[in-house]
Design a protein around this ligand. Structure first.
Ligand code: TNX
Length: 540
């Protein structure tokens, strides 16, 4: 082989090799670029996801899929279940969804029983063959271009899933009048979801200032939107008695009149209360009525002289300081009174619980308090209900492990020792009557300032052992509020964060993601007509 030939071969070989190397590099850079583009697409979808499906509380599993389901005037809701009773209940739930859709789209949405195959473009609500591990409130939601399929073990689970669908639709779906020109799209996705805690609730104090049936129904409706399932009504306190007791009529004719600074009194008749309970039940929300005792009872003491040591009615109380009043723990008339009250309320309440208060009984000796709580507990049980109470009611020896503690502070407790169920309502995080900031126009300050971020960044296990936690509840005491607008201002948006804490597991929660979703959800709040606080910390 000549030197020249070898030289040419070498040049050729180098040329071929470099061709390959350059080619490979190009392919590689192409692949890399492709990767970046893919990543960009992914980011874009996730932004879109935040924009179009900012669901609160965050579902356990959310898989975004390409495309959208388009709701039209031909969309029909089908129901399917194994037995006639469930079908009837699902028809009612379907009607509820149809009405939600109709009011803003203007479409007349029909509800039909599913037979074999359902047409393209339909919504199916079904309790047929759902995975039992979804539990009572869990649901599976499949949205694809051909249809929306919502499956749950119970109609209650279907109802919770419907709230997810509503949040996935454009925010105009919340308006109560028809919006023209909106594409009623639901982004395609597959969701499998269930709650972390069994109880997720709100408490409303109607004793300090009264709120009427319509207002209470609105509150129930709003909390149902965020998958809450308990509504605790604080019905009696020093400043007012708000529930008609037929065997003790002066409780409302006298005790119902007063309120904080006498600004807003009133009471529910038993028919009113039943209307509230039924409205809540239609939304799969259990009402927990509270008769607070032995303290916080001035309104009762002002209604009946016989409940007082001197036989004289106390003057009505309209200030805000607490801890001065007490029923007489060693007098039988007290228990005759309580027996009547609990009997009448238990008869009107389908839920398993009656809340017997027990907080801040500073004018009752510990011995009397213990005796009193033990007696009242037995009365509650005798009417087939379980008792819930504020701390320190769990420290009374007559309160057994089957009772439920509502924990609001860090005072000494027996609940763990007794292995009681605990509802976590820690005042420094869960109280929605606290001011957001120093200069907030409404709210109290004794526990803390709680802005939207503080209200979100806590976990029930910070306050009780996991195995004892039944759930969480957000009390809205009403000393500082008199109107539904004021109520909404304190409750929203904080309540959404609490709803998520009760529903979504701790490891999936984070402020950055939550605040993104909250911002994206803002129009839904606005179009529901909620007077929410535009908390700057959310980035609003
Ligand atoms: C404490 S916490 C109370 C209520 C007040 C509330 C105001 C608890 C069980 N009792 O009587 O309304 O603070 O934030």
């Amino acid at each position: 082989m000549s030197k020249r030939f070898f030289g040419i071969t070498l040049i050729l070989a180098v040329a071929i090799l470099s061709f390959f190397v350059v080619g490979l590099l190009m392919v590689d850079s192409f692949i890399q670029k492709q990767g970046i583009e893919e990543e960009a697409v992914e980011i874009a979808t996730s932004v879109k996801h935040v924009k179009h499906a900012a669901i609160i509380p965050l579902p356990l599993n959310y898989e975004a899929l390409p495309g959208n389901f388009l709701l039209t005037d031909r969309t029909t809701i089908y129901v399917s279940a194994r037995d006639e009773e469930k079908i009837a209940e699902l028809r009612r739930v379907a009607r509820y969804l149809a009405d939600c859709i109709s009011q803003s789209t203007g479409y007349l949405i029909g509800v039909l029983d599913a037979k074999d195959i359902i047409p393209k473009g339909s919504i199916l609500l079904s309790t047929y063959d759902a995975e039992p591990n979804l539990g009572i409130e869990g649901y599976e939601l499949d949205v694809n271009e051909d249809g929306v399929y919502l499956l749950a073990v119970t109609p209650e689970g279907v109802f919770r899933g419907i709230q997810t669908i509503r949040q996935m639709l454009p925010p105009e779906i919340e308006l109560s009048n028809v919006s023209e020109g909106v594409m009623w799209e639901i982004p395609c996705a597959r969701i499998v979801d269930w709650p972390t805690y069994e109880e997720r609730g709100m408490m409303l104090d109607v004793a300090r200032h009264f709120f009427n049936v319509e207002e209470v129904k609105r509150v129930i409706d709003l909390i149902s939107r965020y998958k809450m399932n308990r509504f605790h009504l604080h019905l009696t306190d020093d400043q007012g008695w708000r529930i008609e007791i037929k065997s003790w009529p002066d409780l409302t004719t006298i005790g119902g009149k007063s309120s904080v600074r006498n600004e807003r009194g009133g009471y529910f008749t038993q028919e009113d209360y039943t209307e509230i309970v039924n409205y809540a039940q239609e939304r799969y929300i259990t009402v927990i009525p509270e008769i607070d005792m032995p303290g916080h009872t001035n309104a009762a003491l002002a209604s009946y002289g016989i409940l007082n040591p001197d036989g004289l009615r106390k003057p009505p109380y309209t200030a805000m300081l607490v801890g001065f009043s007490t029923l007489m723990p060693r007098e039988e008339i007290t228990y005759e009174f309580i027996d009547d009250v609990i009997r009448e309320i238990a008869a009107l309440t389908p839920g398993p619980y009656i809340h017997i208060g027990g907080d801040e009984a500073h004018s009752t000796t510990k011995e009397d308090y213990d005796y009193f709580m033990g007696r009242v507990y037995k009365i509650v049980k005798s009417y087939g209900k379980e008792a819930v109470g504020w701390g320190p009611f769990d420290t009374a020896p007559g309160i057994p492990s089957s009772a439920v503690l509502q924990r609001w502070n860090k005072d000494k407790t027996m609940a763990e020792e007794k292995n009681m169920n605990i509802i976590v309502s820690h005042a420094q995080k869960a109280y929605i009557d606290m001011k957001y900031y120093k200069d907030s126009p409404l709210g109290l300050t004794w526990a803390a300032y709680i802005n939207t971020k503080t209200a979100y960044e806590w976990d029930p296990t910070d306050y009780a052992p996991e195995q004892n936690i039944l759930g969480i509840e957000n009390p809205l005491w009403s000393e500082s509020i008199q109107t539904i607008e004021e109520l909404e201002y304190l409750a929203f948006p904080r309540l959404l964060g609490h709803a998520e804490i009760g529903w979504t597991p701790k490891h999936m929660r984070g402020w950055d993601d939550y605040s993104d979703r909250l911002r994206a959800h803002e129009k839904h709040l606005k179009y529901q007509g909620i007077n929410y606080f535009k908390d700057p910390i959310v980035g609003w």
